[in-house]
Design a protein around this ligand. Sequence first.
Ligand code: ATP
Ligand code: MG
Ligand code: MG
Ligand code: MG
Length: 436
Amino acid sequence: MRLSTFFLPTLKETPTEAQIVSHRLMLRAGMIRQTSAGIYAWLPLGHRVLKKIEQIVREEQDAAGAQELLMPTIQSAELWKESGRYDDYGKEMLRITDRHDREMLFGPTNEEMITDIFRAFVKSYRQLPLNLYHIQWKFRDEIRPRFGVMRGREFLMKDAYSFDIDAASARRSYQKMFLAYLRTFARMGLKAIPMRADTGPIGGDLSHEFIILAETGESGVFCHKDWLTLDVLQNAPGFDEDLQPFFDTYTSIYAATDEKHEPGNCPVPESDLVSARGIEVGHIFNFGTKYSKPMNAVVAGPGGEPVPVEMGSYGIGVSRLMGAIIEASHDDNGIIWPDAVAPFNVGLVNLKVGDAETDRVCQELYYKLRANGMDVLYDDRDERPGVKFADMDLIGLPWQLVVGPRGLKNGVVELKRRSTGEKQELSVDSALEKLS
Ligand code: ATP
Ligand code: MG
Ligand code: MG
Ligand code: MG
């Protein structure tokens, strides 16, 4: 992509309405545009990152054995009346009436709809276990949408739903998601701590929230200080192995949200306890037959007897993650994208557009890097070097490759790593080699 034609509406001024750094940087870097309170358009740079995050989530869900489908955003109120949640959900639910006066709603979550799909087709325990997920926009009419995409009203969520014949099998399904979540967040360069959590309006008793520690987080959390240095995935099992020992290990190290934390009854001594703020990026629930019973999602068991299925649901805040990643990875000059979610891998900076040799080398690098499978943003604008460097730092691509007439006289270009600021002078060929 050539920056001269790329739709990248960066802002020079710091937007005053944004209270936290990730929101400020997303606006300044031209990633999003608010269209109403808590509702955002994703501009090309933001959209690229969103797709990268979504893809990592998808790959780990698939690896764990979940299957992707896609349910609609608009739901009928009927199903919610069946489960009993239509009234309970309250004002957070956006209720809509169609031209025939039928009650509809914009889905805040999909337990009812997936249960309805399940009961229409699955009739025998032999078809279990089953885990179905989608990545779809949700709407929750939050009282206080704020912090940009972190607490939006419309937001992108991955939600998976598991169906099992009995509690033991449901526990295995839960453990697979537990592992998939740890892997997903780690791939994005995040340290997410699984914390015992309240189940809220979803229901059930076994539940973990995945929390990124951050001062701007909206949740109060407590954990053992060991969590700060643990590498959970170092000895992680594969999805098909017995996950119980792994699960036992990492649920035994104390971590709880403030709803679950009891100061008088905490097993961790004061000196080892970390009290912090955190961002909830994922939440998993095992809720047994809470929906299958009222909605009659029943299969025939081994003896032919009717069994209401054991269910769980598993959410990841795909759009919220973008804010969380930026909160965790930025400096005074801008965003520092982890390689896995970066909108482009390399920013190629032409320091003197119009200089024949500089243009020629940039052109060559642009084509060769892309031939090597790199996503390249080529700054071919006729701008001062200072402007170009500032923009590159702001949008935070992992590598900057800087080409100018002075370097070329000595046969070198400059390669900068955004995360460390480390710069290296290299020949064009070694730069190419380093970046492939
Ligand atoms: P919160 O406590 O932040 O309101 P929640 O507990 O209501 O979130 P869940 O029902 O557990 O949310 O939904 C699963 C995931 O969806 C959350 O872990 C979070 O990452 C994301 N999410 C929830 N609400 C929002 C929102 N308003 N904007 C962006 N992401 C959200
Ligand atoms: Mg909420
Ligand atoms: Mg919550
Ligand atoms: Mg939650």
